[in-house]
Design a protein around this ligand. Structure first.
Ligand SMILES: [Zn+2]
Length: 145
């Protein structure tokens, strides 16, 4: 399925209550046409002048609408991004992008909700094939007009 912003918002609100005790602050949701990711949390990172601490601002949750994903995968993608958001918004330190903390949260939600969140993009191939079938190579355009 290809979600709307309202649909993603409803998922976010439900999962926020169910898996994060409603602790995640609201985040603007954007639809993305990117080829390279299914979901992404973006934000601006800057040091405060006085104490040199990192501050994060301008959070956005971006969900891909280029690909027609199975509903389960879409939900798991939203949850995957919510874990990134949880870590960033709480300034938690992880060992890497999908480090020990991320994996611990992923395991917790997978067990609690019988979900299948992953950190791999084994679907890349499948998506590329879908992409090709949906957007066949463009017909040659005559540039000599
Ligand atoms: Zn990730």
């Amino acid at each position: 399925m290809i979600p709307t912003i309202d649909y993603i918002q409803a998922c976010f609100d439900e999962y926020n209550v169910r898996y994060f005790n409603g602790s995640l602050p609201p985040i603007p949701i954007k639809l993305s046409n990117a080829r390279t990711f299914l979901g992404k949390v973006t934000f601006i990172k800057h040091r405060t002048w006085l104490f040199g601490e990192w501050r994060y601002s301008n959070f956005k949750l971006r969900i891909n609408t280029r690909y027609d994903l199975p509903e389960e995968l879409l939900h798991d993608t939203i949850l995957h991004e919510m874990i990134h958001y949880y870590i960033a918004v709480n300034h938690l330190r992880d060992t890497s992008t999908h480090g020990q903390l991320f994996r611990r949260e992923m395991k917790r939600i997978n067990e609690q909700g019988n979900r299948h969140i992953t950190i791999s993009y084994r679907l890349t191939k499948l998506l590329q094939l879908k992409e090709l079938s949906r957007n066949p190579a463009p017909a040659k355009v005559d540039a000599a007009r």
